[in-house]
Design a protein around this ligand. Sequence first.
Ligand code: ARG
Length: 590
Amino acid sequence: DNPASVKRQLAQLFDLSLRATVPDEPDVVPLVDACAVKGGVKFGDYQCNNAMGIWSKVKGKQTGFKGPPAIGQAIVNNLPPSEMIDSCSIAGPGFVNIVLSKKWIAQRIQGMLIDGINAWSPRLPVKRAMVDFSSPNIAKEMHVGHLRSTIIGDTLARMFEFSRVECVIRRNHVGDWGTQFGMLITYLFEKFPNPDDVSGAAIGDLQALYKASKVRFDSDPEFKLRAQQAVVQLQSGEIKYRKAWKRICDLSRAEFDKVYQRLGVQLEEMGESFYNPYIPGVLEKLDNLGLIEESDGARVIYVEGVNIPLIAVKRDGGYNYFSTDLASLWYRLNEEKVEWIVYVTDIGQQQHFDMLFKAYRRAGWLPKDENAYPKCTHVGFGLVLGEDGKRFRSRSSEVVRLVDLLDEAKRRCKTAILERDTAKDWSEEEIEKTSEAIGYGAVKYADLKINRFTNYTFNFDQMLNDKGNTAVYLQYAHARICSIIRKSGRDIEEVKRNGKIVLDHEDERALGLHLLQFPEVFEEACTNLLPNLLCEYLYNLAEIFTKKFYSNCQVVGSPEETSRLLLCEATVTVMRHCFYLLGIEPVYRL
Ligand code: ARG
């Protein structure tokens, strides 16, 4: 349900025409799309592409149509009168080109300015949705892949919220229950025989601890044995072990929080350990349904189309990543009553989720139809690469501390800002805030603008460039428009109430049309869970504003000042909303 979408409104109109044009073909659905620019020209704003398809259906029948162009003409003739459309024409083999009424475009934008951007929101048929994202592993490295998951996941959650989902749960499924804890705790106890000495300060750097204990684990069989026993102790709730486990988790959490705080991302943690008590019950239910089989001593589930089985219980009776996800999904569907769950991880985990969802379908716990609710979707993404084309690593060590990465982005922005004349009279606070908004925003945008399936190359120089498709460029564009409005000296709220938008210049009209297309672009981004479509839209908006509208239409001091100021205000409103969806803090002056 997306009433503000121009494409949908046109489709409704053309549907009425099609019913009248080919009453005997009830299966024909309207095919309406925005027109692409071909060789620098556009023949309309939208087009209806049904004529050719209808012709191939009715060719042999007695309909009186002589060919697709005649069908196109009939479609036009049968259109009910509408304020939306200015004119239609037939092109080539029967395309119907549609030119929208500029008066109608202007009214729609004006309406949005008065009612706010929420007037343009769609409605997803879901009350409760969950985005499972970020989800780093305790005591292990929080790597750039987790950064990608955090950035993409946060945007998807914001997109659901804008789609009027009442409750959007941002779930941090941290890996706090692996066998790594046996190893870590055993190592800690060796260093600190008195458990009360195990403090954050004593543990120091968790990643170093992880590495050191891993070395012991791999080289010393006796240590390994003790580590394995420690896992059992921990899982059976032995107090001393639980305490050490909690200390380690708290320490990791504090480190993760530094990243979330910088990114302005909020997550609700419910780690793997939470679901541990639910595993036996869920496995029993699956067993009763006849899904669990014995294989090589392990308990497994076979799913359609995959030649390896899902291992629900390991040979040694222990649980694994799969056991936890079987239980957590059960909890989410039955206890939390979530209707759509989106899991954001690298593409490497695609098979894991495919098998998980298929097992649930086999059990009848998810509908056979993948698009029906309750629904589960894996949102996979590609690798983050360094400039050498290999997996991203920092120069000094093999791990990249995400906090350092974000701080570096901010530092570089601050340097650039301090070099500018305009920042001379800025307060220390404004400089800090602006550097953060631009720096963190640039990291997010560089990630989000790439189609998530592709790998992306992390490059500070590229993402912080103020030209080209970067957040920095967009922030400049936004700040410049804000300054135009400020310089007019007009009270923009008053202009909104009393002014009127007129789109007589072709560049005014082009800007207006692009603004109006936000709802349909958003819908596509949401349906396919592709934030890059929003970035593309936003970049085009800034380009149309700067290169067309602002280059050719004087705003302040022109006879059209009022209308043009409203167009500026509409542009920043939509820009800021895109920024919001992408998790980017807008900057009002630069
Ligand atoms: N902790 C996992 C990792 O770092 C991601 C968890 C994703 N969520 C889930 N429910 N499996 O790869």
